[in-house]
Design a protein. Structure first.
Length: 86
């Protein structure tokens, strides 16, 4: 099978975030586990946040996961940094 990495996220990321992370990962098989550790909520992309919609409304209503417009970039870059360190 080759090298495998598991990236746990405490929310549900949009598919675009997962695809970017997997495409750029240094690990051959990168699996993203969403809503880990009992958390919930959506990790939305910058485009989705600007567009609005159900997921953005839910994230705002829960008061979580919208700390910055570039949350999607931060999730991808920080997890790539961690993957490169292992």
């Amino acid at each position: 099978v080759g090298p495998v990495a598991l990236v746990p996220l405490p929310g549900e990321p949009f598919a675009e975030i997962v695809l970017r992370l997997r495409h750029r990962s240094p690990v051959q098989h990168t699996l993203v586990a969403s809503t880990t550790n009992g958390a919930s909520g959506y990790f939305v992309t910058r485009e989705a946040r600007a567009r609005g919609g159900y997921e953005v409304w839910v994230a705002r209503a829960m008061g979580a996961y919208l700390p910055a417009d570039n949350l999607d970039d931060v999730l991808v870059e920080e997890n790539l940094r961690l993957l490169r360190a292992v």
